[in-house]
Ligand binder design. Structure first.
Ligand code: MG
Length: 245
């Protein structure tokens, strides 16, 4: 079994409106539990009006609160946080008229002494950089991603398809939500990236790998956001990077 020391993990997060949108509906959060475990979350709000912004912030805060209060196994706490976020965002949409139809993606990584877990809903992603190779840890819950899985579309076509933002699953759209959860086997030297589609949609994985491999978390998130804006900045862009010592 792998073991890591969460207190030595170096992290940085950065979010930017981008060059086209007038408002930033992405959100991120970093949390610590009483026993020193760490949680990183990125969310990308959906929908017009104030809805997306409220949804992403509500989801990050709820997943974070649940983690900080966590008194169960890491998987249970993570799943409970996503379910609580779904309930809260769904209620917002039902009860408060301007927020009708609101929703959000969320991706989270929980780093405990006994291991790490990744959970997600939607198309915000988690990547792991290890020994120069970049690996996608999450599978987008999007219509284009489903087309690629079924062989009806190439990844290149999916990148530019007009339906590329259509999600099959999100937090807040239904009373309950299915959460994808996986255990990671973290190793010293691993670098993790959590990001919204405003980042991965603008940059090739080769660029992500190069920057993750070369830069410390602080300069890395700055460079990632700057490169996404240089590539067009068509959407809000958010990146969280963690280096496991
Ligand atoms: Mg987005």
């Amino acid at each position: 079994m792998t073991s890591i020391d969460p207190s030595t993990i170096e992290t940085a997060s950065l979010s930017d409106t981008g060059r086209v949108r007038s408002e930033n509906q992405d959100a991120w959060g970093e949390f610590r539990s009483a026993d020193g475990a760490r949680l990183l979350v990125v969310a990308d709000g959906l929908g017009g009006h104030a809805g997306g912004r409220v949804a992403s912030r509500t989801a990050v805060a709820t997943i974070g609160e649940t983690f900080e209060a966590g008194d169960d196994s890491p998987e249970c706490v993570l799943r409970r946080g996503f379910r609580a976020a779904n309930e809260r965002v769904h209620r917002l949409g039902v009860e408060r008229w301007p927020l009708v139809g609101t929703g959000t993606t969320a991706v989270a990584v929980a780093l405990h002494r006994e291991g790490a877990w990744v959970a997600h809903v939607g198309d915000s992603r988690a990547y792991r950089w290890r020994d120069g190779c970049l690996e996608l840890l999450t599978e987008d819950h999007s219509w284009v991603s489903e087309q690629v899985r079924q062989g009806r579309m190439t990844p290149e076509e999916a990148r530019t398809d007009p339906q590329r933002n259509a999600l099959l699953r999100s937090i807040g759209h239904a009373p309950d939500v299915e959460v994808d959860l996986a255990r990671l086997e973290p190793r010293a030297g691993d670098r993790l990236l959590l990001c919204s589609d405003g980042l991965w949609g603008e940059l090739d994985e080769a660029v992500l790998a190069e920057l993750l491999g070369r830069l410390a978390p602080g300069p890395c998130v700055e460079a990632l956001v700057a490169r996404a804006n240089l590539a067009g900045g068509h959407d809000n862009v958010t990146a969280t990077v963690a280096h496991l010592a």
